[in-house]
Design a protein around this ligand. Structure first.
Ligand code: 1GP
Length: 246
């Protein structure tokens, strides 16, 4: 079974949590320590990526350090073709659908596709959109941010992703967002589409994670909190427990 298939099957049975680690935010050795923590806490996959990376080596070193300490699938979350790593298991082959820059919609994909083919990374297609406030990802990705009350546009992007054959839809408010994607928006997207929905950006406690899941999220992504403070691990465990209880 592919990683995509196993995530889809698992997400039919229960709500999931993925951890996002940005190689630009800590040394590889620290990323490895965090990987151990999130694996013990019950996260289902580790995503690796970020908007401000400067070298492929950073990604390679981080993925290898994670692999040393965790048997969870490592899925790249790349901001460009230069940031792929053959040491990962899979890559979210994602299009930033609401970017004003074609590089992030399709051109980086054209550059990176041969690497994916020859490295053996599993490509997992995903529609990706950024909602206000968008943070660094919104700025670097030159996103035409979805307004927080524009549910119609959010649903349109989700449906377009599904109709284009994408396996997943990721809607996020940007890493470190003071306010996550509104519950009503998650609800509208879930009601109108049938592919699994990932929600992230600004989710820092079990209550918020639960709200997003009740609204219809299938997979919750958290990043910043555990990167900033490993002592957050108790809260992370609470978030994951709350997700597993749903
Ligand atoms: C960003 O959703 C992720 O793509 C993580 O967001 O860093 O705010 O948890 P946070």
């Amino acid at each position: 079974m592919t990683i995509a298939q196993s995530i889809i099957e698992l997400s039919k049975k229960k709500k999931l949590h993925f951890t996002l680690l940005d190689p630009d935010k800590q040394l590889p050795i620290v990323a490895g320590e965090i990987a151990q923590i999130v694996t013990d806490a019950g996260s289902s996959a580790i995503m690796v990526g970020g908007s401000t990376l400067h070298s492929q080596k950073q990604v390679d070193d981080t993925v290898q350090a994670i692999k040393k300490n965790s048997d969870l699938p490592v899925i790249l979350f790349p901001s460009g073709a230069k940031f792929l790593s053959k040491y990962a298991d899979a890559v979210f082959f994602m299009s930033l659908l609401n970017s004003n820059n074609l590089e992030y919609v399709i051109r980086e994909h054209v550059k990176g596709a041969p690497f994916v083919k020859y490295s053996g990374l599993e490509p997992i297609s995903m529609g990706y959109v950024i909602v206000e406030p968008g943070m660094t990802a919104g700025r670097i990705g030159q996103a035409d941010l979805i307004k927080r009350d524009d549910f119609t546009t959010a649903v349109g992007y989700a449906l377009a992703s599904e109709y284009l054959g994408m396996k997943f839809f990721y809607i996020e408010a940007g890493s470190g967002a003071p306010t996550p994607v509104p519950n009503e928006m998650v609800h509208a997207v879930k009601k109108n589409t049938s592919i699994p929905i990932l929600v992230g950006g600004g989710i820092r406690n079990p209550e918020t994670a639960k709200e997003k899941l009740l609204a219809g999220a299938d997979i919750i992504i958290t990043g910043t909190a555990i990167e900033k403070d490993k002592h957050f691990k108790n809260t992370l465990a609470e978030i994951i427990n709350a997700i597993e209880e749903m």
